[in-house]
Design a protein around this ligand. Structure first.
Ligand SMILES: CC(C)(COP(=O)(O)OP(=O)(O)OC[C@H]1O[C@@H](n2cnc3c(N)ncnc32)[C@H](O)[C@@H]1OP(=O)(O)O)[C@@H](O)C(=O)NCCC(=O)NCCS
Length: 149
């Protein structure tokens, strides 16, 4: 069972995305663009989507019929640590519990593999969303990104 609470939008199902359960890559690209994580004119980045799906430990989508309205994934060494990435819900489907259901599906997968160190970097304005799902800030730790040469 993927659900931790009754779904607040019962018409949307959460499902795994992988080679056995493929999704139109264009739908994923559109979600990334909707969120602003891919530029609408950035055609080169479109080619990343199949690669990032294949290179993730797990990906889950939120589907309204066949339409992809949400997405999230985890990258991991598969035994020790995992990072949750790119959790996103299409504008018009936000506030219906889909983000929570996607994160819970990812958590269930990671915990079934006994991966106990699960981290993420929350984008500005989303920390409370993750706190409600059981995440806490790491005291004294600072998220960093290499920006040198
Ligand atoms: C963040 C995001 C995934 C949340 O998805 P969502 O489907 O709207 O969230 P849900 O409806 O599942 O919300 C779950 C709970 O978190 C709360 N919540 C959701 N977004 C929140 C926010 N930005 N700030 C505070 N609380 C939030 C909801 O009120 C709900 O509370 P409840 O437990 O009392 O019911 C969505 O707003 C989004 O796609 N944002 C743009 C992409 C992004 O920034 N993703 C985060 C990457 S780190």
């Amino acid at each position: 069972m993927l659900e931790k609470r009754p779904p607040s939008n019962p018409y949307v199902r959460i499902g795994r995305i992988d080679k056995h359960n493929p999704v139109s890559f264009q739908q994923v690209v559109n979600l990334y663009k909707n969120t602003g994580w891919l530029e609408s004119h950035d055609r080169q980045s479109d080619t990343w989507v199949p690669i990032l799906i294949a290179g993730s430990l797990c990906c889950f989508g939120a589907f309204h019929d066949k339409k992809l309205v949400g997405f999230g994934r985890a990258i991991s060494d598969t035994v020790s640590d995992a990072y949750i990435q790119d959790v996103m819900v299409s504008d018009s489907y936000r506030g219906q519990g889909l983000g929570r259901r996607i994160v819970n599906a990812i958590l269930e997968e990671l915990r079934s593999r006994h991966i106990n160190w699960i981290g993420l970097i929350s984008t500005p304005g989303t920390a409370e969303f993750y706190r409600r799902l059981g995440f806490t800030s790491l005291r004294g730790h600072v998220p960093m990104r290499f920006s040198g040469k």
